[in-house]
Design a protein around this ligand. Structure first.
Ligand code: NI
Length: 167
């Protein structure tokens, strides 16, 4: 049993849902450049290890992502992304990140869909916008482009997305 679990969590194709929050929930991410830097950090670090950023939403004080971890543990990639953003946003100061983060191993297709929906609904949940389509710092548009959602997928108060996602 223990052996099986270990083999499973080491699987390069394993998907994880992660919620990563800034220190004291400060709103460090305020410009397009900040979000672009975060996106570049994730995609570059994951590409190095044959991983992938499957879905994401970046907001001023936290982010939710689904990653395919690739050939190293996702936790190492999280550390690398955090360090990269510290260099940019806090070159001489304290870490901009809360130390702990929320992780959830995706179990199956339904679980995947729930978490991807949770991600794309999140800017509405947190009151940033009234429609998922209006928040540019997420993978929503790429899901629309691939026909997975229509652009009016989320109409406020009309969709119930279960799961807390830690945030
Ligand atoms: Ni959230």
């Amino acid at each position: 049993m223990v052996k099986y679990r270990r083999a499973f969590t080491d699987n390069p194709d394993q998907l994880y849902f992660l919620t990563i929050v800034t220190r004291e929930r400060r709103r460090y991410f305020t410009t397009r450049d900040h979000y672009a830097a975060l996106y570049r950090a994730w995609t570059a670090k994951l590409k190095n290890v044959d991983g992938d950023l499957e879905a994401f939403v970046f907001m001023p004080d936290h982010q939710h992502v689904v990653v395919k971890q690739g050939t190293i543990s996702f936790s190492k990639t999280v550390g690398a992304v955090k360090r990269e953003l510290n260099k940019i946003l806090s070159p001489k100061g304290k870490s901009i990140w809360q130390e702990r983060y929320w992780e959830h191993m995706i179990k199956n297709d339904d679980d995947y869909r729930l978490h991807v929906d949770y991600i794309h609904w999140n800017p509405v949940k947190h009151g940033h916008v009234n429609s998922s389509d209006d928040w540019p710092y997420s993978s929503f548009q790429s899901y629309v482009d691939r026909g997975i959602y229509t652009c009016d997928w989320f109409v406020k108060d009309d969709v119930v997305v279960p799961g807390s996602g830690g945030e």
